[in-house]
Design a protein around this ligand. Structure first.
Ligand SMILES: *[C@@H]1O[C@H](CO)[C@@H](O)[C@H](O)[C@H]1NC(C)=O
Ligand SMILES: *[C@@H]1O[C@H](CO)[C@@H](O)[C@H](O)[C@H]1NC(C)=O
Length: 139
């Protein structure tokens, strides 16, 4: 009988791939949310927890699609254990507002979750306080 070697090889490869990939599950991240009470000058943190999937994981944080690094003074990124990473925003100011994303990758795939930080009291920063200078009292 005629059995093509390429076909046999293909079947073997597919089987190997199935066995290998079924041994590893992609990560699933628990959604995180910034607290509603963040205000200027304070600090805040969010935690990225992988609730499913197989180690090892690679964690990455982004703000508005741009990669975040610990060294930038504003942020601290800390790996707590192989499933958990914490992003701390050390000093909140109007530049801190944005869409923050945690992306976790392993050999089987990746997952990401995002939350938007909107600081209350941002309006206070606008400098138009001329109305306060109006003299009501003409003593
Ligand atoms: C935040 O960023 C993520 C990832 O880029 C995106 O999927 C999501 O829609 C964004 N959310 C908002 C509110 O812009
Ligand atoms: C500041 O307030 C004045 C008076 O109400 C207004 O005419 C002006 O447009 C304001 N300026 C800004 C930058 O909001």
């Amino acid at each position: 009988m005629e059995m093509k070697w390429s076909t046999v090889l293909q079947l073997v490869l597919i089987q190997c791939w199935c066995v290998l990939s079924s041994g590893s599950r992609p990560p699933a991240i628990k959604p995180f949310h910034f607290s509603d009470v963040v205000s200027e000058g304070r600090r805040t943190a969010v935690i990225c927890v992988v609730t499913d999937g197989d180690v090892p994981f690679e964690f990455k944080w982004f703000k508005d699609g741009k990669s975040l690094k610990s060294e930038e003074g504003h942020f601290a990124i800390q790996l707590i254990d192989e499933f958990t990473s914490i992003l701390t925003i050390k000093k909140l100011d109007s530049d801190s507002n944005g869409n923050y994303t945690c992306r976790v990758t392993n050999s089987a795939g990746s997952d990401e979750k995002s939350d938007v930080l909107v600081m209350r009291g941002k309006m206070i920063k606008t400098k138009n306080i001329t109305y306060l200078d109006v003299p009501y009292c003409n003593c």
